[in-house]
Design a protein around this ligand. Structure first.
Ligand SMILES: [Zn+2]
Length: 410
């Protein structure tokens, strides 16, 4: 540990900086509840709902802050206690090749991170979400979701990681090849995930014949959107919160509505929500977000390449030698402030897309049904009625409900 190493200073300032920005944002966001609501929102959120939303925000924030504090403390203790050096010497003693060792070391650290965060996830699901009436998950579903998630990450992420490490071990243009590989992988996954992966977690059933199905298909036809199937998924097995999604490329679009959404919303509202989802596709938001993500990945690999060339980068973390797999992990620590900053760009772009999709839905179905649907969703989900701008910039993929309503009412 040396304070004269610039990599060390950058990593330390980075992790402490990210933690404190989140801390300040959380407190500002909770303090917002003390201010009176703008007129538009007073009509939607009753005093009782605001009170409950404040309690829910406080309880969730408590879990999140404690989770971050514990993981920050664990990281610094491991780092300053010589943990990375110990891990490097231990894994070298296995006598494996660089790539196998790299994949195993990264896998171990991801697993450790999962174990560390597990108690907080349990607390969040079975205490906070349950107390506010959202959780519908049994312990069995919770455990099987976890196990399936880890197995899938190992099966899909393992080989991808091995390939990326191989590029960095053998190729001069490693950053470029790794970037192209990840780009290809992301595009394939966008196609595969709704077809093969989501059914491992959710049950899809065709929406039964009736006026709702006919109305949704008629709307899709009117908007010249080739829908082949409308299904209902059993989101209610996990949470009472509702959601809708659309998937598919080319001429095979599938609409999936959470059963919780169908239960709570009128036909007109569901049509407006579908029109919003179709708006995302018509405005080509999926490829735009994907392109933005890939730009970020390109930058990441470029910087990673630079870091891996520098012995001082490894000594900043107390590691002798330049092990590749561990280098990737150390780089992810160093990269955390950059990823926070780049997250601002992608969530701002996502919020802009939401307003565009709302505008599309308004043209298709009129503003009123979507307004009603959004009001109902915000109250049901105990959303923060008036979040602080810093929290919105950092975390909101959707604009706060007040902003969406204002745009729709204009
Ligand atoms: Zn949307």
């Amino acid at each position: 540990m040396t304070f004269s190493n610039p990599w060390f200073i950058a990593a330390l300032v980075g992790v402490l900086g990210v933690f404190h920005v989140e801390l300040v944002a959380t407190f500002l966001n909770l303090a917002q509840f003390r201010h009176a609501l703008p007129e538009r929102l007073k009509a939607i959120f009753s005093g009782e709902t605001v009170q409950k939303a404040a309690e829910y925000a406080a309880a969730s924030s408590r879990v999140d802050l404690l989770r971050s504090a514990v993981s920050l403390a664990a990281l610094i203790a491991f780092w300053w206690g010589g943990g990375f050096d110990w891990l490097q010497r231990w894994s070298t003693a296995w006598g494996w090749g660089g790539i196998q060792t790299g994949v195993a070391v990264i896998g171990l650290l991801i697993l450790a991170q999962n174990v560390l965060s597990l108690p907080f996830d349990v607390w969040d699901t079975f205490k906070v979400e349950a107390e506010f009436g959202f959780n519908r998950m049994t312990a069995g579903t919770f455990i099987s979701d976890r196990v399936k998630g880890l197995v899938l990450s190992a099966l899909l992420g393992g080989p991808l990681l091995a390939l990326v490490l191989w590029f960095f071990q053998t190729q001069k243009l490693a950053a470029l090849y790794a970037w192209l590989t990840v780009a290809g992988f992301s595009i394939v996954m966008a196609w595969v995930a709704p077809r093969l992966l989501m059914p491992l977690f959710l049950k899809f059933k065709p929406l039964e014949n009736g006026t709702l199905r006919e109305a949704l298909l008629a709307l899709a036809a009117r908007l010249k959107f080739p829908v082949v199937d409308v299904s209902v998924v059993d989101g209610s097995r996990r949470s009472s919160k509702a959601n809708a999604f659309l998937s598919g490329f080319g001429k095979n679009k599938r609409i999936a509505l959470y059963d919780t959404l169908v239960e709570k919303h009128s036909q007109a509202e569901l049509e407006a929500i579908l029109a919003h989802e179709i708006g995302h596709h018509k405005c080509r938001h999926v490829p735009k977000q994907l392109a933005l993500g890939l730009l970020e990945t390109g930058l990441l690999f470029f910087l990673l390449h630079a870091a891996l060339q520098s012995p001082a980068f490894f000594t900043a973390f107390g590691v002798a030698g330049m092990p590749l797999g561990l280098g990737l992990v150390l780089f992810s620590i160093l990269y955390s402030p950059a990823s926070l900053l780049l997250g601002l760009v992608s969530s701002a772009s996502s919020r802009k897309h939401e307003l565009e999709a709302d505008a599309f839905a308004k043209t298709a179905c009129g503003g009123q049904p979507l307004i009603e649907g959004l009001k109902k969703l915000s109250v049901d989900h105990l959303s923060h009625p008036n979040p602080h701008p810093l929290t919105v910039w950092l975390h909101y993929s959707h604009p706060p409900v007040g902003q969406r309503l204002a745009a729709l009412e204009n």
